[in-house]
Design a protein around this ligand. Sequence first.
Ligand SMILES: [Zn+2]
Length: 399
Amino acid sequence: MIPVNPDRFLADLHQLRSFGAAGVGKGVIRPAYSAPDIAARQWLAGQYGAAGLEVAVDPCGSVFGMAPGRSLLVGSHSDSQPEGGWLDGALGVICGLELARAGAEAGVPISAVSFQDEEGRFGVTTGSRVWAGHSTLEDADALVDSAGVSFAEARAAMAGMVTGPVDPARFTGFLECHIEQGPWLHEAGEAVGVVSDIVGIRDMRMTFEGEQNHAGTTPMHRRKDALQAMLRFQSLIAERFRNVVTPQTVWTTGHVEVHPGSHSIVPGRCSFSMQWRDGDADRLGRMEEIIRDAAAEVAAQMGMTLTTSAMLGLEPVPMDPALRGALEGAAEAQLPGRWRRMQSGALHDATSLAKLMPVAMLFVPSINGISHAFAEDTDEADLVAGLKVLAEAVERLAG
Ligand SMILES: [Zn+2]
């Protein structure tokens, strides 16, 4: 057994939290390239070095601790949301550190990583996407955050740490341990979840254009109220999805613009985001058909013009059968009846790496399903259970 040390692992997890510790409970504020983020990455590089790993920092600021020769890569990200919890990303990073350290002691080469800007200050999983070749560094450099700072300007703050590009061919696969960020494991009292696949995402913007008019003098039967069209559309798709979706399928309108946005004006235009996620590409397609048909029907019934943006799409990513099988075997051996196979509804760095190398993911419960909030937490017993399952899986893969 790779001799992972739970006390050392938990102490390092708390140490990482001290960079940007904020808010109530165990919250952190450690966005990509902020002073606490860079300080945390310097600390991490020191830990990798102390464990005898070769420290490398790529041009995006992703920090690697590399074992000699070819090895498995274990990690996640250490940047946080503008208001985040202490475990999102950090758990996988410290699992990587502890496994690489214990692996070195046991003669099993394991490398570790913390990718940069997973949380999307600039893009989505920017560091791992550039590393995996989904985006060039030049394209990433042009990305701008909400304050108008470019990726190029932000990453310049880490220039002193950069050692150069890191060759992905050094790694045989990628394992990422992450908090679930959903309620399923916590509700079932289970300790870990082995991810079967990461869901695909479709995302677009839709606009109903009706007729702007006076809210006091326009009788109800003469209105072309664009907000009402959006509401009718929402209830129509909810009804029609019923025969198509599973309990894991989700759809969200998270941003709505009502024009001109006045108490005394019947809104003439309503523009809104429409996003849906599922692990099955066919189902995503059937949902798209329902969405487009329902919107066209509502537009026709209510005298609206309908326009839709281009649709952005990410395909579902299945986990590698061998890596996933090792996690399942380890979970069954250590936690019989206390684990499950499950989908990931959130994107992770593993998504970026899937075309480059075999990837698999392990989840531990999020208490009350809360994440991207200061209140995010997991029982320490479950954190350690995740570490031990990961350690056994790595050993199964090595042997
Ligand atoms: Zn994360």
